[in-house]
Design a protein around this ligand. Sequence first.
Ligand SMILES: [Mn+2]
Length: 284
Amino acid sequence: MTPSFLGDDVAVPRGEAVVSLIPVPYDATSSWVKGADRGPGALLEASEYVELYDIETESEPWRRGLATLPPVEVDGPPEELAGAVRELVAGELEAGRTPVLLGGEHSVTIGAVEAAADRFPDLGVLQIDAHADTRESYDGSTHNHACVMARARERCPVVQVGIRSVDPSEVEGLDGERVFWAHDIVGSDDGWMDDVAELLAPRTYVTVDLDAFDPSVLPATGTPEPGGLDWYEVNGLLRRVARSTDVVAFDVVELAPAPGQHASAFTAAKLTHRFLAEIFAGRD
Ligand SMILES: [Mn+2]
């Protein structure tokens, strides 16, 4: 039985929820360290220990109505996963809920972005990630985790933040005006966050690949990269995003739980809670 986000005591039935948390324990295309399929379970388990009061927004997000849905179980290729996720997310958006996908590897994003772009013509995607993920195809699939943003930018404008790892084949296709390189922003003043906010579309799908964080903050991820963002940088960005655009859905992906690394699962759970708090505050 999958635990509910923040614990069963504060969960509401799906029909009463404004947010649906969707565990997607999928890990078929990871390049290096496997284990992202155990990410959603570890995040949900850790979330039971996140305090229900959010200090920065002076609010309790659970009071808005949070439901945790049964996991999306797909054993097939990422194309099959995208179809299953697209259908589920489309239904949640139709019902007026904000879907929050808990990965799983990054390919879980593809179907969710498709569903959101189908519904909202004024959608854009904000990616917070170490990797550009704009390969046209990788390892024989156009739906591999390394191709997520190539698929997203076919549907809508994208903004990429925290990037510090690209394949030579990706360089030419990146839009320098819309990529915020880690080496330019990490440790600098917060002006770049306003620049990101200005580029966002009226509605936004946010994909948070946890490897955007520096590995000193969150080491338990499949493909860690040095030189990443810290806790307050990511939180500051999410706050501005929630204040400047309508976040219609988001995901938190690439948690690969490792022995002794429960701080990573907790950080992922707390980030999910914090972003929900900022989104609700932005809607008030
Ligand atoms: Mn990544």
